[in-house]
Design a binder for this molecule. Structure first.
Ligand code: DC
Length: 238
């Protein structure tokens, strides 16, 4: 029923604002390919940890950059969603763990890691009709994206959401620890030299502190209708 053209939708914003959940839902609703750019940075981090190049607060940047060429990180479409694979192994679960979360921000600040990820993202987006979430999609990866969303929410609400997710997965942590990690990532992501997190000038801001997922989708629908004026509204087609 959607008549949205084959555009690129960029969804950027702070950690744990629900970008992936939102983007996945929009992808499903309007038949877009969903790509999670943060998953790629997490995949590189996981590979570094498994290769023994990241441990005890230290990252061997030179060696990490050295393994990128042989790193087969790719997305696969399965069961109506997009999953990240390292070679033949699905790593969706491992990349969301606490270990990876602790190191992913400094790893994503390494310029050659960013080049590697950007290249992979472009290659997976070749057919168009993509919704991608991250930190620099609307500013660097796809500066010409037709629709740009910038998501934000109160840090305490974000920390609680993330904490609940981690606990549900059986991870042992505290709300304070999660809030600290989140603030640290916000700071690092928006202050790094290469491609820092910032709102694109032409982005629409969504503060979802008090929004339900349903309200987010309705918000997006309104935006797309306003922007393209093309959607058929069920029951109102005449
Ligand atoms: O969205 P996420 O929490 O899974 O992202 C993990 C990390 O990757 C985050 O700390 C910032 C980084 N990232 C980035 O620098 N640029 C992107 N486009 C996406 C994520």
């Amino acid at each position: 029923m959607s008549t949205i053209p084959d555009i690129i939708i960029a969804v950027d914003g702070y950690s744990s604002t629900g970008k992936s959940t939102f983007a996945k839902l929009i992808a499903k609703e309007f038949s877009f390919l969903y790509l999670d750019s943060g998953a790629m940075y997490r995949g590189v981090t996981l590979a570094g940890i498994e290769a023994g190049l990241i441990a005890e607060g230290k990252i061997d940047e030179e060696k990490l950059v050295g393994i990128l060429d042989g790193l087969d990180l790719h997305f696969r479409q399965e069961e109506g969603t997009t999953l990240l694979y390292l070679g033949e192994r699905c790593i969706e679960r491992e990349i969301r763990g606490w270990d990876v979360s602790q190191y992913v921000s400094p790893v994503s600040a390494i310029p050659l890691v960013r080049n590697y990820v950007d290249e992979r993202l472009h290659s997976f987006s070749e057919g168009g009709r993509v919704i991608m979430d991250g930190r620099d999609i609307g500013t660097t990866v796809f500066p010409n994206a037709e629709v740009k969303i910038f998501m934000t929410a109160d840090p305490n609400v974000r920390a609680q959401r993330r904490y609940d997710e981690l606990v549900a997965k059986g991870e042992t942590t505290t709300l304070e620890e999660v809030l600290e990690n989140l603030r640290d990532r916000d700071y690092r992501d928006s202050h790094r030299e290469v491609s820092p997190l910032r709102q694109a000038d032409d982005a629409f801001v969504m503060d979802n502190t008090h929004m339900t997922l349903h309200e987010e989708v309705v918000w997006m629908l309104g935006l797309l209708q306003g922007r393209f004026g093309l959607l058929e509204t069920p029951g109102l087609s005449c």
